[in-house]
Design a protein around this ligand. Structure first.
Ligand code: CA
Length: 508
């Protein structure tokens, strides 16, 4: 072929691809999806003055940071289902830690499955991806190869487990003795042994992800197969088990203590939380209403930050390898926290609420050729948006899947941080009543409705983040017009599906 003919051939090929709106597998970008358990935006790139997270900050500097991103359901398993299905928990009925995806939505096509079916991707998963434990065993149908499983609850110091006994949360996460958890001893809330990163699961998951990237690069070169790799990290989920060197990054006296430790004034009782998951760890008081000593608060907050820095270092190893292999220019990288975390604010620890700290999450998206380096947006975003966003970025057909698709594509925002594709975020959390929330730039409305008698009067909460960022007062009585406008947004959502039968158990 002479050079003129070659130019013609290339131009015609480009035109065909452009007109067909799709590319062959060989041209598709790879996807690296990094999931971090219980990670709130306590990160340098989100302006946290304490956090030491240089690797996640470097990732943010390569792409777009979503300043107003929210999970759809503030606990591990249901939140991960919302990400993987692009569907709200209230659209599927997947509300519980023990909810079985294939029992409730048998023909669901998950995000990686969609990429395999429509884009010829090889899909792989490592570490904490689907929630495993509490009766759940993951979803092998989602991936091309068996899942690389490792621990979430992990101890190295024998003193953390009363000399090597099976502790409550270890049993939950390994599906053992689920009927008698409270008879087991409590494990430590934190430990800081002087060990190498690889001694903990996140170190091993990073090392294995590095190997998978190396193999994926070869496969891409030899067989032109794009990859969709999901790497899930366990920290900063409790227990805060992290090597000593990450604890040493912080001066405990400089850590921020919670500013407001009461539940919001005039809020419905069902909305609040005391005790729960945190009380399964020693030395936390077992009395759910007990106040924590300042020393304990400081240790827990220290543990959260140390665990985040530990995870950051592991993510750095994966991203360094992506760069070294020359894959960064053709790989979409997403970092996502499955929900936020209360560090003693409102007197609440961990998650399981419809309040700001349990629901606001980090979302970072780097899409080569689409996102601007170091960009940020105020666009409200939800976990469910990642399904249609990634599909569009990869040039896959507009997602048509058996499950309801509640997400909207954020691609217009990735191209232009000022573009707007939604004016609120939606999330839900089931307690003694079902709580559903609308978060706008300024307000959050939460509706709490009984399950059995949905026509019974609902209870409401309203918070104004402009005048009361710490959620100290429910303003539902003071601001009826705002309440009414947010109720109208909520009314546009479908009736929530019933809570499944396993709910009602404690949700760690
Ligand atoms: Ca989680």
């Amino acid at each position: 072929m002479n050079s003129l003919r070659r130019v013609h051939f290339i131009l015609i090929t480009c035109l065909i691809l452009l007109l067909s709106g799709s590319a062959s597998a060989a041209e598709r970008p790879n996807v690296l999806l990094i999931l971090v358990d219980d990670l709130k935006p306590a990160l340098g790139c989100y302006g946290d003055p304490i956090a030491q997270t240089p690797n996640i900050d470097a990732l943010a500097a390569r792409g777009m940071r979503f300043e107003r991103a929210y999970c759809n359901h503030a606990v591990c398993a249901p939140s991960r289902f919302t990400l993987m299905l692009g569907a709200h928990s209230t659209s599927t009925g997947l509300y519980g830690l023990g909810s079985q995806l294939r029992e409730i939505v048998p023909d669901a096509v998950t995000l990686p499955q969609y990429f395999a079916q429509h884009g010829g991707y090889r899909t792989e998963s490592l570490g904490k991806v689907f929630h495993i434990g509490h009766g759940n065993h993951g979803d092998p149908a989602s991936f091309s190869v068996p899942h690389f499983h490792d621990k979430v609850i992990e101890y190295l110091d024998p003193a953390s487990t009363q000399g090597g006994k099976l502790t409550r949360e270890e049993a939950y996460f390994t599906n053992q003795h689920l009927d008698r958890i409270k008879s087991l001893p409590r494990g430590a809330a934190f430990e800081a042994p002087d060990v190498a990163d690889i001694k903990y699961a996140d170190g091993r998951v990073a090392a294995e992800t590095v190997k998978r990237l190396q193999a994926a690069q070869k496969r891409r070169k030899q067989e032109e197969t794009p990859f969709f790799i999901v790497a899930g990290f366990a920290r900063p989920h409790l227990p805060f088990s992290a090597p000593k060197k990450y604890w040493d990054l912080y001066d405990p006296s400089e850590l921020p203590l919670p500013q407001y430790e009461e539940l919001p004034a005039n809020a419905p009782k069902v909305a609040g939380k005391r005790g729960g998951e945190i009380t399964n760890y020693s030395p936390v008081p077992t009395d759910r209403n007990a106040r924590f000593s300042e020393d304990l608060k400081r240790q827990l907050i220290h543990g959260y930050y140390a665990s985040t820095s530990f995870v950051d270092a592991q993510i750095g190893k994966v991203l360094d390898e992506l760069n070294r292999l020359g894959l960064a220019e053709n790989t979409i990288v997403v970092l996502w926290g499955d929900h936020g975390f209360h560090l003693g604010d409102l007197g609440i620890w961990t998650k399981h609420t419809n309040y700001e700290q349990a629901n606001r999450i980090p979302i970072l998206i780097t899409a080569p050729g689409v996102t601007q380096p170091g960009s940020a947006t105020q666009q409200l975003a939800e976990s469910v948006d990642l399904f249609p966003t990634l599909a569009e970025l990869a040039g896959l057909p507009t997602a048509k899947v058996p499950q309801p698709l509640d997400g909207v594509s954020l691609v217009p925002v990735l191209k232009n941080s000022g573009a707007r594709v939604r004016n609120h975020a939606y999330h839900a959390y089931p307690k003694q009543k079902l709580g559903r929330a609308i978060r706008t730039e300024r307000y959050r409305l939460v509706e709490w409705k009984p399950y059995k008698n949905p026509s019974a009067p609902a209870e409401y909460e309203l918070y104004d983040y402009q005048t009361d960022p710490l959620e100290t007062r429910n303003l539902v009585q003071e601001q009826p017009a705002v309440v009414e406008s947010l109720k109208q947004i909520l009314a546009n959502y479908p009736e929530p599906l019933p809570r499944n039968s396993r709910l009602g158990k404690r949700k760690p």
